[in-house]
Design a binder for this molecule. Structure first.
Ligand code: SF4
Length: 292
């Protein structure tokens, strides 16, 4: 629970606040842009009190997402019902309840006629599990790589779901039922595309040739208004990641990128491909900088 005695000094002393336990995962700023911003150290604070129901809802979304419970609400206030899952693209929902173990990586719920998907996993929340059950539960847990697995095993067990991860990242998910090697179809309209680089076993999941769940392999930067990667957080090989993204640009068509870190981004498929190829060129030229 957030501690008002440890509030970020940049907070204005209002009823909403962020305390000093913030780990700069950026999730709150994606969910409540303009209302929650970063200070010079990258730690979040409220720029002002929420105005009206929409901004209050954004503040509650951030509070329930925060992996470190760093966000405080007005004393006695309770969150509205049904905040999560929260739709961020047509038919694609953020789960909230991020995990500190995955440094606040986003995970997504995707209802599908052939069985619902959970892409990467949040921390366990009974409230979230009940909300997902009310929407038909989970048939497949799709893990983009070893870092963002959080409490996948509890969700998989609770819903009897199959769990997919690339075989070279399998140590993060020993209970996985299905190991990925090459590119393959997991379910109708759901394709796994290995993209080694961030980790050796990184995978993107492409749904309906429209939604690319990209884990930590590529993200949409609010700062740049463009696709970007993170050289500082590439654990396996930046050169391999460059080659992987070039292959991805030629093999996949998508309109939305839905990453673990960084916000969702949207552009027409042709433009997305051009942006991805331009990013590959910047990677080859050493012209990429950290930008979220
Ligand atoms: S979600 Fe929590 S930890 Fe992440 S940036 Fe916001 S306040 Fe900080």
């Amino acid at each position: 629970m957030a501690d008002p005695r440890r509030r970020n000094p940049k907070d204005r002393g209002g009823a909403w606040f962020v305390d000093s336990t913030c780990i700069d995962c950026d999730a709150a700023r994606q969910l409540a842009p303009g209302l929650i911003e970063a200070d010079a150290e990258g730690l979040s604070h409220f720029t002002r009190e929420p105005r009206g129901p929409e901004e209050e809802r954004a503040a509650w979304l951030a509070l329930l997402a925060c992996p470190t419970a760093s966000i405080g609400a007005p004393r006695g206030a309770v969150p509205p019902e049904g905040l999560y899952p929260h739709e961020v693209a047509p038919g694609v929902f953020l789960t909230g309840y991020l995990s500190e173990r995955s440094f606040g990586a986003s995970s997504y719920f995707v209802p599908r006629p052939g069985g619902n998907l959970l892409v990467d996993a949040p921390r366990w929340s009974t409230r979230l599990a009940e909300a997902l059950r009310a929407r038909g539960g989970i048939a497949h847990v799709l893990l983009t790589h070893r870092d963002d697995v959080a409490d996948f095993a509890r969700y998989a067990k609770a819903f009897g779901a199959r769990t997919w991860i690339h075989e070279t990242d399998r140590r993060a998910a020993p209970s996985a039922t299905d190991l990925l090697r090459g590119e393959r179809e997991i379910a109708p309209g759901v394709r796994a595309i290995p993209v080694p680089g961030h980790t050796r076993g990184s995978v993107c999941f492409l749904v309906d040739d429209r939604f690319l769940f990209s884990g930590d392999s590529v993200h949409w930067s609010r700062e740049l208004g463009d696709l970007n990667v993170s050289p500082d957080f590439t654990w396996f090989s930046f050169e391999e990641q460059t080659r992987s993204l070039e292959r991805l640009a030629r093999a996949a068509s998508f309109e939305w990128v839905l990453p673990g870190h960084g916000g969702p981004g949207r552009a027409p498929p042709g433009e997305m491909r051009e942006r991805l190829l331009a990013l590959v060129e910047r990677m080859r030229a050493g012209q990429v900088r950290e930008a979220w």
